[in-house]
Design a protein around this ligand. Structure first.
Ligand code: S3P
Ligand code: PEP
Length: 453
């Protein structure tokens, strides 16, 4: 699929304080996994609070094409009747994952471990993203790549084995997507599949596998306390269950930073997931001087959630260590925006993975900062942003390159810059935060269709 509709420019204007309370949409990572485990389980899975963004809807369509019964029963309420491990059917058409890296890569793990053949495709952004990192371990587990686009990209056709070969695999990069693909393939392996990560990445797959009845053991690995070894016992019986999806900290990041930089703002974000493997941005912003209070911490659906009370704050630059990157990997575009309003230099270290997201985010952020009069430098894989402790000029138009996070980050900049900021295309926001514009408007933000006049 290509993104062949006309680009939809969107403009954010500076205005008065943002006020109010909101619940960000359901977590994207957990929503994809709920659909996939619902497909692989026997019996009925009920999901509450599913993110109904385009990325997750693509995973739902793929689960259906592979044999699950998938029904929407109300807002965020979905019912999935699964087929069980080994029970999938060959899908009739192509599995079109649109813009979704997570959905496509996790489902490659599922198909790559089971006797089924499927073709994966996506939009112009997904067609550029590296899939070798997923295919390499799957080939070792017995999958075959029937065809692929140059460089191991989609469109590609994957054929899984009758039974997967258990694997012990050390991740070449900190990536929950690779880890999850290997574990999903390992579900159909007679024995233990082990994934070793030298830096811990988000653990939603491990947690949800256990919830559905699989045996997963996690032990520390290596020195320094950052690594983990995750062992899955293959061929479990997965049983359908109930999944409650907490609010997505990666989506919460946009109204949160908006509240920090628009003078006089006070915003409460309700029920935001506080899994420590996802809260690197909050840690960093607090180090920068942000007034963020974690209130009413509680358990919801097996995760800690909290209400976050955020007040406009004077921020200062900090050094963000590379080891923190896995816990905030999708938050660097919006952190760069916060850094543009801070006093002094913020150095974000070790951002190589940003080059292979929906866009080359390092390049896209740099271009967006340049277009809006912000001083920055790129040194190797590090991004350095220097703010003046005052609003940057703004007034620029930002190329989003089919990347939702670039679009939302620079719209947030426009709410507090000296001049409005336009993004060339807001369409991709619907992949992860379909209610972004009404949510921001309800807080008092001015975000409109079209380029700045
Ligand atoms: O597993 C997941 O749900 C995700 C993992 C991360 O990707 P990588 O595995 O490529 O780091 C992240 O960027 C993505 O938005 C969601
Ligand atoms: C990188 C992201 O997602 P994905 O890899 O699923 O496209 C993201 O949502 O920022």
């Amino acid at each position: 699929m290509s993104h062949d509709s006309e680009p939809q420019p969107v403009t954010a204007r500076p205005g008065g304080p943002l006020r109010g309370a909101l619940k960000p949409p359901g977590d994207k990572s957990i929503s994809h996994r709920a659909m996939i485990l619902g497909l692989l389980a026997i019996g009925e899975t009920r999901v509450e609070g599913l993110l109904e963004g385009d990325d997750v809807l693509r995973t739902a369509a793929a689960a259906r094409a592979l044999g699950a019964e998938v029904t929407r029963e109300g807002e965020g309420r979905w019912r999935i009747v699964g087929v069980g491990i080994g029970g999938m059917q060959d899908p009739e058409g192509v599995l079109d994952f649109g813009n979704a890296g997570t959905g496509s890569r996790l489902m490659m793990g599922v198909v790559g471990g089971q006797p089924v053949t499927a073709t994966f495709d996506g939009d112009a952004s997904l067609r550029k993203r590296p899939m070798r990192r997923i295919l390499d371990p799957l080939l070792q587990m017995g999958a075959q790549v029937v065809s692929e686009a140059e460089g191991g990209r989609v469109p590609l056709t994957l054929k899984g084995p009758r039974e997967a070969i258990p694997l012990r695999y050390e991740l070449p990069v900190a990536s929950a997507q690779i880890k999850s693909a290997v574990l999903f393939a390992g579900l159909n392996a007679p024995g233990t599949t082990t994934v070793i990560e030298t830096a811990a990445s988000r653990d939603h797959t491990e947690r949800m596998l256990r919830l559905f009845g699989a045996e997963v053991t996690v032990t520390p690995h290596g020195e320094g306390g950052h690594g983990r070894s995750v062992a899955l016992t293959g061929q479990p019986v997965l049983r359908g269950t109930e999944v409650i999806v907490p609010a997505d900290p990666s989506s919460a990041a946009f109204p949160l930073v908006a509240a920090l930089i628009v003078p006089g703002s006070e915003v409460t974000l309700r029920g935001v997931m506080m899994n420590p493997l996802r809260t690197g941005l909050i840690t960093t912003l607090i180090e920068m001087g942000a007034a963020i209070e974690r209130l009413d911490e509680r358990e919801e659906g097996g995760e800690t959630v909290a209400d976050l009370r955020v007040r406009a704050s004077r921020l200062h630059g900090v050094d963000v260590p590379a080891e923190r990157a896995p816990s905030m990997i999708d938050e660097y575009p919006i952190l760069a925006v916060a850094a543009a309003f801070a006093e002094g230099t913020t150095r974000m270290n070790g951002l190589h993975e940003l080059r292979v997201k929906e866009s080359d985010r390092l390049a896209a952020v740099a271009a967006g900062l340049a277009a809006n009069g912000v001083s920055y430098a790129i040194e190797g894989d590090d991004l350095i942003v220097t703010g003046e402790g005052a609003p940057p000029a703004g007034g620029g138009t930002v190329a989003t390159h089919l990347d939702h996070r670039i679009a939302m980050a620079f719209l947030v900049m426009g709410l507090a810059a000296r001049q409005p900021v336009t993004v060339d295309d807001g369409a991709m926001i619907a992949t992860s935060f379909p209610t972004f514009r009404p949510t921001m408007s309800a807080l008092g933000a001015q975000i409109e269709d079209g380029a700045a006049a």
